[in-house]
Design a protein. Structure first.
Length: 185
């Protein structure tokens, strides 16, 4: 036996469902927004000043302080001071760890292109484990494995150079009222 309620329910039309909206098409990321002209001038001036300071100090010390990875490091500090790659921990720690990776590979395998490739890869692993990622520093490991510089001289000058880059980044941040560093350790 069917009750009246069951009969009505069986013959009533199903409630109308609202179709789910179609998902928005995935938006492809584009280039970053165009920087303000003042930001470009400050970053360019800061980077240039820091690199010229490295050249001047290197001239006084009769040792080159400016190596290509440090130019890339300064570009990060000056143009993107908020990034983890730009923080002092990453600039100094990443550069020193990468140099140590280069010297370790150099001690085991000697100088050469194969050693340089291994040193660059190991430098990345060391930086990741130390939570001090700094992509330009991988090139420092390559330079060490190719050039076989004196350990103490190279390491000391690299540390001094990194300190100069961070100090110039601090001065620029104070002058422009930006926050740098976001964190130290």
């Amino acid at each position: 036996m069917t009750t009246a309620t069951q009969t009505i329910a069986a013959t009533a039309p199903a409630p109308a469902t609202v179709p789910a909206p179609e998902p928005a098409p995935a938006r492809r990321p584009g280039p970053p927004p165009r920087p303000r002209p003042v930001a470009v001038l400050v970053a360019t001036g800061t980077s240039t000043a820091a690199l010229l300071l490295l050249v001047a100090l290197g001239t006084v010390l009769h040792h080159p302080l400016l190596i290509p990875p440090l130019a890339a490091s300064m570009a990060l500090v000056a143009a993107s001071p908020d990034l983890p790659l730009s923080q002092p921990r990453s600039v100094v720690g990443g550069q020193l760890l990468s140099a140590l990776a280069g010297f370790a590979v150099l001690a085991v395998a000697g100088p050469g292109l194969w050693s340089a490739a291994v040193a660059g890869g190991l430098a990345l692993g060391a930086m990741m484990l130390a939570r001090a990622p700094h992509s330009p520093a991988a090139a420092t490991a390559v330079i060490v494995a190719l050039g076989s510089p004196p350990f103490w001289t190279f390491t000391g000058l690299l540390l001094a150079s990194c300190a100069v880059l961070v100090a110039v980044g601090l001065l620029a941040a104070r002058a422009t009222r930006r926050t740098y560093p976001v964190y130290w350790i």
